[in-house]
Design a protein around this ligand. Structure first.
Ligand code: CTP
Length: 405
């Protein structure tokens, strides 16, 4: 699995840095090519000479290569290294580096490379238990996850400080396995492909302060966008209101209503290899928008009726003239699931539909996992097990990639 894979390791200044030479040897034994960049503080724990000898490659320390000895291009070495690597692993990742990455600070070779990488970046945090559990570290980790960085949870046990808890660098075979899984997962099968994804809810305004919305969080659509970038695609994401952070390298277009989503999709649908409608688009919108806030006293005391009219079905319209674009919809069903989803698939002329039942445990709105059934127009219905939305995104994209051909 690791044969000829190019792994860039960023080493930062934690005690677990002493384990990295052995990790390099293990990776190399399995056929990988390794290059290392490290921070100045990392050199307090392990030397550049050790890592350069083991990798048989130049190691960049601090912010720049040592120009007198370097074979790297003086001005573009970071871009060259970022493009060289299939994957970047930051191990150990200190609380300091994690905080810098969450703010996009690029003040040394490790943080710069993490910012310049197009392929996947995995962090293996290692620090003292209280630093790991600190709310600011946890908040930075969550921010990085939303941005599409992969986090290897630290192992629990005795720490160098004498304290016990989470914060250890996981065993080296586990790190190696995670990199193998990540490389397998992030097959670069969408390089050069253009994909339009929609996400989140739409809000249909009633008056200046009220709207009709739905419980979609946007997590599935954002996971698809992050995963598609990791597979090499050029991604445009049209999203309704969410609190989520835009994944790296994604072109984001914000909309509020179903009509705005319709316009944004129609404007950006051209030359797309695939369009994936993960958004929960309102089927109905108020007939009338009240310019002023509706007062409770003005209405009939017993009932207040809001009249609704249908919105345009974006997917259905795309399906009418879809050409070669692979069109994928999402269906939320709570009964006769497969039958109903198949009806949508044929009615909207889709290449595939992803079916969810939000009432199942571990599926639905605002949770991190999902359980889906992939129904292609041609081929077998596949029930996928419960997994994270990001992993599910890869499962879906792997199938879409085959449909694109
Ligand atoms: N969709 C769309 N435009 C709309 C409504 C939905 O493009 N105006 C898309 C959704 O993004 C999703 C798929 O169509 O990919 C869902 O199909 P739909 O028939 O709208 O599902 P429901 O709204 O769940 O329909 P129903 O309420 O009848 O089950």
């Amino acid at each position: 699995m690791l044969r000829n894979k190019k792994i860039l390791i960023g080493v930062t200044g934690g005690i677990a840095a002493y384990k990295i030479p052995q990790l390099v040897r293990d990776f190399k034994k399995n056929g990988a090519e390794i290059k290392v960049v490290m921070t100045d503080s990392a050199t307090e724990f392990v030397t550049a000479l050790t890592l350069s000898t083991l990798t048989q490659n130049e190691v960049v320390v601090g912010s720049f290569p040592r120009l007198t000895e370097s074979i790297l291009q003086a001005s573009t070495w970071h871009i060259d290294l970022a493009q060289w690597a299939d994957v970047m692993l930051i191990a150990p990742a200190t609380a300091n580096t994690i905080a810098k990455l969450s703010y996009g600070i690029a003040d040394n070779s490790v943080t710069t490379l993490a910012l310049a990488m197009r392929g996947p970046v995995m962090l293996s945090p290692s620090m003292d238990v209280d630093m790991w559990n600190h709310p600011i570290t946890q908040s930075n980790i969550s921010q990085l996850q939303q941005l599409g960085y992969h986090i290897l949870q630290p192992a629990e046990g005795e720490l160098a400080s004498g304290l016990t808890g989470a914060g250890r660098l996981p065993d080296l075979p586990k790190i190696q396995q995670s990199i193998e899984n990540l490389l397998a997962e992030t097959n670069r099968d969408l390089i050069g492909k253009k994909i339009l994804i929609t996400a989140g809810p739409t809000y249909e305004p009633i008056d200046p302060v009220r709207f009709i919305g739905n419980r979609s969080s946007g997590k599935m659509g954002f996971a698809l966008a992050a995963a598609a970038v990791h597979r090499g695609a050029e991604v445009t994401l049209v999203t309704g209101k969410t609190h989520l952070t835009t994944p790296r390298l994604v072109k984001r277009i914000d909309v509020v209503t179903a009509a705005q989503m319709y316009n944004a999709v129609m404007k950006n649908k051209h030359n797309k290899d695939s369009i994936i409608m993960a958004a929960a688009v309102a089927d109905y919108t108020p007939v009338k928008f009240y310019n002023q806030k509706i007062k409770k006293n003005l209405q009939d005391k017993n009932q207040f009726i809001i009249q609704l009219k249908p919105t345009k079905d974006i997917l259905k319209e795309l399906g009418i003239k879809k050409g070669k674009t692979v069109l994928v919809g999402f269906a939320v069903e709570t009964e006769n699931e497969i039958k109903n989803a198949k009806m949508k698939l044929y009615d909207k002329n889709l290449d595939a539909i992803v079916l969810n039942n939000p009432t199942e445990d571990g599926a639905g709105f605002d949770v991190e996992t999902n359980i889906a059934i992939f129904i292609p127009q041609k081929g077998n219905v596949e029930k996928l097990p419960k997994m994270s939305k990001y992993q599910l995104a890869h499962q879906i994209l792997q199938r879409i990639s085959k449909l694109i051909g």
